[in-house]
Design a protein around this ligand. Structure first.
Ligand SMILES: Cc1cc2nc3c(=O)[nH]c(=O)nc-3n(C[C@H](O)[C@H](O)[C@H](O)COP(=O)(O)O)c2cc1C
Length: 203
């Protein structure tokens, strides 16, 4: 039996960034500079991509009014979806998001949406790897981040996609929020360490 729980503390910056990253949902009312935004995107595009397609395209939103409109639309679409469904998880989630004061972007100062280009070979893998790079880079720059999957339905709203400058055929893969965390180092959910199906040694 392999015991993963007894590993020592992270001994380098990369491991520390990985172990210390947490989804942040409470931000200071402080903007993220364009210089940092460029660093985040430069970190994103260093990700590997299938057939080196580099299919990621980014929409940067710093305007909280635009974020609020995207949030309201996403909430409306989730509620619509839940009315057609008998899935209790979806119904519970729609009830939660439909609360009038709930902003799916947690009032963060920055939203970066990663879209995939239609020519992508493996859009979800590639853009998710870019998102992972960006969230780790954010931590190294003193920023918090969170992937907001709840924003997914807005890609179906053509008028909004036009407003965001997204060409036809692009798919929304990773809506990410960033900002300075309002709280110091938060603790994330415990990790299940019972994850190894099999460990095959050389015989
Ligand atoms: C694909 C994906 C979608 C997610 N969507 C949301 C979301 O809509 N809202 C949210 O608050 N967190 C969202 N999260 C964050 C997860 O809840 C979080 O990663 C998980 O609880 C583990 O916590 P940690 O990131 O702090 O380790 C999402 C994460 C992923 C990978």
């Amino acid at each position: 039996m392999i015991d993963l729980s007894s590993c020592e503390e992270p001994e380098n910056d990369v491991l520390r960034a990985i172990f210390e990253r947490r989804s942040v949902r409470d931000y200071k009312d402080e903007p993220v500079s364009d210089d940092l935004i460029r660093k985040l995107i430069r970190a994103g595009v260093q990700a590997p991509s299938a057939a080196n397609k580099q299919p990621w395209r980014f929409v940067v939103v710093k305007d909280k009014q635009v974020m609020k409109r995207l949030s309201d639309k996403a909430k409306e679409l989730w509620v619509e979806e839940s009315r057609k469904s008998s899935n209790p998880d979806l119904i519970r989630m729609a009830q939660m998001v439909s609360l009038p004061d709930f902003n799916i972007f947690f009032d963060a100062p920055l939203l970066i949406m990663i879209f995939s280009h239609p020519d992508a070979f493996s859009p979800h893998y590639d853009c998710s790897l870019a998102a992972g790079n960006m969230m780790l880079a954010a931590g190294s720059l003193g920023l918090g981040s969170c992937w907001i999957g709840l924003a997914a339905p807005v890609e179906r709203v053509a008028t909004m996609m036009r407003e965001l400058g997204v060409p036809e055929g692009h798919r929304l893969i990773a809506p990410l929020i960033f900002g300075y965390p309002a709280k110091e180092r938060q603790k994330g959910p415990e990790r299940n360490m019972d994850v190894i199906l099999k460990w095959i040694e050389q015989v």
